[in-house]
Design a binder for this molecule. Sequence first.
Ligand SMILES: Cc1cc2nc3c(=O)[nH]c(=O)nc-3n(C[C@H](O)[C@H](O)[C@H](O)COP(=O)(O)OP(=O)(O)OC[C@H]3O[C@@H](n4cnc5c(N)ncnc54)[C@H](O)[C@@H]3O)c2cc1C
Length: 308
Amino acid sequence: MVYDFAIVGAGISGLNIGWKLHSLKSSVLILEKSKSCGGRMATRRIGESKFDHGAQFIKRSEASESLMEFWSSKNILEKFPIADNDFYFGTGGMTRLTKEISQNLNIKYNSKVTTLKKTDQGLKLILDNGESIVSKHVILSCPLPQSIELLKHSEIAFDSRLENVNYSKSIVNLISVQHPLLENLKFVENFNKDIYSICSQQIKGLSIDYSYAIVMSDEWSETNFPLPDDEIKEKSMAVLKSNFGSINVSDFQIKKWRYCQPTSTWPELYHQPQENIYLVGDAFGGASVNGALRSADHVFKIISKKLI
Ligand SMILES: Cc1cc2nc3c(=O)[nH]c(=O)nc-3n(C[C@H](O)[C@H](O)[C@H](O)COP(=O)(O)OP(=O)(O)OC[C@H]3O[C@@H](n4cnc5c(N)ncnc54)[C@H](O)[C@@H]3O)c2cc1C
């Protein structure tokens, strides 16, 4: 079979296009290298608690409107309880939001796309397990450096200035403690030079314990990223103790993101290295879930005009 569209990546941008294309009755296959969807909208279980270890929130915007309506209709979208904010999260975790979108979509998991090859019927996508599929159009929704790697490996030319868009690295500490780190701590941003943000997972209803996702600063993450996990944990603990005094930890894991958020944005909402390949994601629309959605929406509009 030759698909109309193959989407590489089942993060929010790939799912958003897949979800919208689905209603246009095109044949669409999403290929995802991990065993589940969500990408950087990620939730992990540790003991009795769950932690969002990627995006904590999504804001209401034109780009997120239709999805927010959909999630609200399923009763899985909640407003974070702090004053003067526009932060929403998924009941049961951010991944839950993406899982709900993925319900009726054709997604092949554990399928890393390694190469694209031109054929008479379209593009052949070769997977790391040796399988391949053919599609008339390909949408790459990976973090931009990973899309570039795929294009290079496939010997497909692209605008070389794309390589100037870098991503920050991030280390996230996922921690459950016996006492609150600070009284009434729900969410705090730009905490200090070592800690970027702290979000209570208890307030989100993901944990009955005092559990927090602590995103370390870009600088701290960049410096410590190459260290083995045990050393990162040790250094993280030293930072936490110096900020919050002696803490009694019941669970502690770390998550390392090689591609956390783009540090600059490409001036256009997508890139098209050749007629049947589109690059989308937060590198194009802006460093957030909304940015990823904006880019995906734009490409969906271009594609749907051609289909109708
Ligand atoms: C720690 C952290 C905190 C954040 N906090 C927020 C926040 O609070 N609010 C906010 O709006 N944004 C936040 N963000 C940013 C937000 O998560 C991202 O901008 C958004 O989720 C990007 O979505 P995406 O679909 O473009 O990319 P991704 O979510 O990265 O999805 C890309 C997918 O492609 C897959 N993939 C990659 N290469 C291949 C391949 N070769 N073959 C097959 N599949 C492949 C990946 O496995 C992944 O599932 C945060 C990010 C991080 C890391």
